[in-house]
Design a binder for this molecule. Structure first.
Ligand SMILES: *Cc1c(COP(=O)(O)O)cnc(C)c1O
Length: 420
């Protein structure tokens, strides 16, 4: 059955995603099933998306009721779920006098933020034409978001990209300050770099960047698409003092959201902070047909309500620290970068390879991911030696234990097969 679906995929789908690992048919809680009936524990959650796991009753109910009531209306009209979600996000973010724009994905939210930076440049006399982004950053795949994304392999086939973007080494304040002057409209940063392998910055870096932006009149834009909506144990990464290394949150001028926000329903958002930034767009300067539709916003509201009502942020911190602690004890694990239920695992090749043994050609981590599937776990690799976990925020200690038991065998078997 699985093979049949995959064959049909090969014949009909664009090749940009490579070969899908499995054809999935059903999900419930932290589990999914493939077309052959095999069960998997989902430690990736559709890449940090299924915050409430699969088929959560609150999400199903919100979506069903809204679909039966009012599905799509365009932005020539508004709806109660849309306005309620905007109010809710502004409150959770502490974005006083802020404003929301709803899109359908992360890359679209960043596209809006890119245009916000351009608007800011124009509004301040036109000489602020530059945007600073960080090396290793991932901000999405549309042309504007791609211009902010660092990886050459993603950029080069599509050049020329929108101009004015300068990259500086991640976490290096001096390098950033050297580029920061009154020609810079905005600095765009992921509070933790997700696609780069859950990579954090030196303690205090984000607050120092905030100060530097203030000194030079540049906007600070946080891409919270992966770090937001409870992933690190606080609503947004900039509120996580363990992450910022400061007693107070580091407040941006704008942030972008997507992934966990809809719990699986496609939705992105840009939230602006303060009146001045919130008034940079005037009517007609940006738009979307689907963005902010009642179904997506009602579902996102249900995600936020459920996280709050079921105290899921406590679970994220609790299970997250348990998971990280246990992972650090495992053989072959060099380091674990952990922020709540968002963890990057660095493999220790010295410990893993016996005398004369070699690494698999296409990287150890991707091979481990494939082996983990055979064992019934969905995990992810962000590099040749880096694994990433981003399970549903509702996962329990009991549900992470089997992976902790099996992971050493999964890794050892992968190394053995590469050398057989
Ligand atoms: C996933 C991601 C994006 C892109 O979101 P899409 O919904 O895939 O367009 C942008 N920025 C960050 C930090 C992300 O993790």
């Amino acid at each position: 059955m699985s093979q049949n679906v995959l064959d049909r995929y090969q014949r009909t789908m664009t090749n940009m995603f490579g070969t899908p690992a499995r054809a999935l048919v059903k999900g419930e809680g932290v589990y999914v099933w493939d077309a052959d009936g095999k069960q998997y524990t989902d430690f990736l959650a559709g890449i940090a998306v299924n915050a409430l796991g699969h088929a959560h009753p609150a999400l199903v109910q919100a979506l069903t009721e809204q679909a039966q009531t009012l599905g799509h209306i365009s932005n020539l009209f508004t709806s109660l779920p849309q306005v309620s979600l905007a109010e809710r996000l502004i409150t959770l973010a502490g974005a006083n006098d802020g404003a929301c724009f709803f899109a359908n994905s992360g890359t679209e939210a960043n596209e809006a933020a890119f245009k916000l930076a351009r608007r800011y440049g124009h509004s301040t006399g036109g000489k602020r034409t530059k945007i600073i982004a960080l090396e290793n950053a991932f901000h999405g795949r549309t042309m504007g978001a791609l211009a902010l994304t660092w990886k050459q392999q993603y950029r080069e086939p599509f050049e020329p990209l929108p101009g004015g973007v300068t990259f500086v080494p991640a976490g290096d304040l001096t390098a950033l300050q050297a580029e920061l002057d009154d020609t810079v409209a905005a600095v765009v940063i992921e509070p933790v770099q997700g696609e780069a392998g859950v990579q954090n910055f030196p303690a205090g870096y984000l607050a120092q960047v905030r100060q530097a932006c203030n000194d030079h009149g540049a906007l600070l834009i946080f891409d919270e698409i992966q770090s937001g909506i409870g992933r690190t144990g606080t609503w947004f990464g900039f509120q996580n003092t363990e992450l910022t290394g400061t007693a107070e949150p580091v407040i941006p001028d704008a942030m972008t959201l997507a992934k966990g926000l809809g719990g699986g329903m496609p939705i992105g958002a840009m939230v602006t902070f303060g009146r001045a930034v919130s008034e940079l767009f005037t009517a007609g300067q940006h738009g979307t047909t689907f963005g902010g539709n009642p179904m997506a916003t009602a579902t996102a509201l249900a995600v936020l309500d459920t996280i709050e009502a079921e105290q899921i942020l406590d679970n994220v911190r609790d299970v997250g620290s348990y998971l990280a602690q246990q992972l650090r004890e495992l053989p072959g694990v060099k380091a674990v970068r952990a922020y709540g239920l968002w963890q990057g695992i660095e493999l220790d090749t010295d410990a893993l390879l016996a005398q004369g043994q070699k690494l698999p050609e296409k990287g150890l981590a991707p091979k481990i991911v494939a082996k983990a599937l055979e064992y019934g776990y969905i995990i992810n690799a962000t590099g040749e030696l880096t694994l990433r976990l981003a399970p549903p925020l509702i996962i329990t200690k009991d549900q992470v234990d089997p992976l902790l038991t099996d992971l050493p065998n999964i890794i050892a078997e992968t190394v053995a097969e590469a050398n057989s």
